[in-house]
Write a new protein. Structure first.
Length: 434
């Protein structure tokens, strides 16, 4: 099958590469030129995706990996093309947090108190009066470095952070959302939607956004994820009380793709935090080792509105980001970058082990060796899967130990807190059947 893959920043690069390895003919367009060299030597790239429409045709598949292309997706579907990734209003419910909250309210989903501000001064004034613990968030794809979870009961730490952003990060602080902090277990539920109905099982996931183990340090886009699939849809309370209620809305807006709601769950209930109305990363990397069915076949069904029985592996999957300096501070001087450094392996990898490596800012030399092809330090994901969380952890960390990248770092506790504490809490509250 001919597949035209349109990427914003190579978030979906691994997915595009896997579609190629399945035997599909893939052409990849990257809009963000700072990421354009990732996967060089590994996949065919094009400079103008619109010129490839006659090549992909209506029998092929067009994949979009990010928000920002929603209206284009709607137009291409109207023109008869097979398109998967999202839609115009799908973009808006993710990129405009206040709009997304209103839609969840309209769908009957209980949400957390939140307030949007276009002025740091107004945000400071509000939180100084309200006091309490608040979470600072931004819209769209602003770096998660700017997110902050308050800890002081008088909100003094949140006020200080806001004032700092107003002084040092005016551009990225043009929009601020303050969300009332709710304590509990953070867990997400996702599922694919084909424009008419749900496709496949539920994707239960636990994100790890803090840079260091045990939730210490600044927030990143993601340092690793724990995931498992749940086909017991009717008994899954998290799904029934959140994402399931959006079915009619997703059908109305013509959404085709993966959608996820991240929540805080405690003894009192379920509190949605945010929507991801696109392929999730590194959720998609994990799906690549959980799925048995071919990606191309599955995504074509989602694009065309067809029912599909997804074959998948039972158990738990863990994926871990392996990075180098200057990640996660990409704007730091290139003097700290490891760009051009090669990736080495302590011993030859098996085919199964190679399948569990997901290259990000990596390219291939003519001799078949791999090297870092960007200066951000966002190198790769490594994944593992097993019957238990411990099995998955053992597998992924054994693989990472074989990978030699000068100055590499990663979190060594992905899934640990959930396995030791949070899973039992969710079970006691009736929210987990894993």
């Amino acid at each position: 099958m001919n597949i035209l893959f349109i990427s914003e920043d190579m978030s979906g690069g691994d997915l595009a590469y896997r579609l190629k390895k399945e035997g599909n003919k893939v052409r990849l367009f990257v809009r963000n030129q700072s990421q354009a060299h990732a996967l060089d030597g590994m996949i065919t790239k094009v400079g103008d995706w619109k010129k490839e429409l006659s090549w992909v045709g209506e029998k092929g598949l067009i994949v979009f990996d990010s928000t920002g292309f929603g209206r284009t997706q709607d137009e291409l579907r109207q023109a008869g093309y097979s398109v998967v990734g999202g839609c115009a209003l799908g973009d808006k419910i993710e990129d405009d947090r206040h709009f997304g909250k209103n839609i969840m309210d309209q769908c009957g989903i209980k949400t957390i108190q939140s307030h949007a501000f276009h002025s740091i001064r107004d945000a400071v004034k509000f939180v100084s009066k309200e006091r309490g613990e608040w979470v600072i968030k931004q819209n769209g794809h602003t770096s998660k470095i700017y997110n902050y979870v308050g800890q002081m009961p008088d909100a003094s730490d949140v006020v200080d952070v806001l004032k700092s952003y107003g002084k040092n990060n005016k551009k990225d602080s043009a929009y601020i959302e303050l969300q009332r902090c709710v304590r509990g277990v953070e867990i997400g539920v996702g599922r694919y939607f084909n424009g008419n109905d749900w496709v496949g099982p539920l994707e239960m996931n636990v994100e790890h956004k803090s840079l260091f183990p045990n939730g210490i340090g600044p927030k990143t886009y993601e340092m690793g994820t724990l995931m498992w699939y749940d086909d017991n849809v009717e008994e899954n309370k998290i799904f029934r009380e959140t994402l399931a209620k959006m079915k009619d809305y997703l059908r109305e807006i013509g959404f085709h793709g993966d959608i996820d709601i991240n929540c805080i769950v405690n003894e009192a209930g379920i509190y949605p935090l945010e929507l991801t109305a696109r392929f999730g990363f590194p959720a998609t990397q994990l799906q690549s080792i959980i799925h048995v069915s071919p990606w191309g076949e599955f995504l074509k069904a989602v694009a065309d509105g067809d029912a599909y029985t997804l074959k998948y592996r039972k158990g738990f999957g863990v994926t871990v980001v392996v990075a180098t300096p200057p990640f996660p501070y990409e704007a730091v001087s290139k003097r700290y970058s490891m760009e051009g450094t090669h990736i080495f392996f302590k011993s030859p990898l098996t085919k199964e082990e190679r399948n569990r490596i997901h290259f990000e800012e990596v390219s291939m030399s003519k001799d078949g060796s791999f090297y870092l092809s960007n200066r951000n330090g966002f190198v790769l994901h490594a994944s593992g899967m097993g019957t238990t969380i411990q099995d998955a952890q053992d597998q992924v960390y054994a693989l990472i130990d074989k990978i030699v990248i000068p100055k590499k770092f990663y979190r060594n506790d992905i899934g640990k807190k959930f396995a030791e504490v949070e899973m039992d809490l969710l079970r006691s509250w009736g929210y987990c059947h894993a």
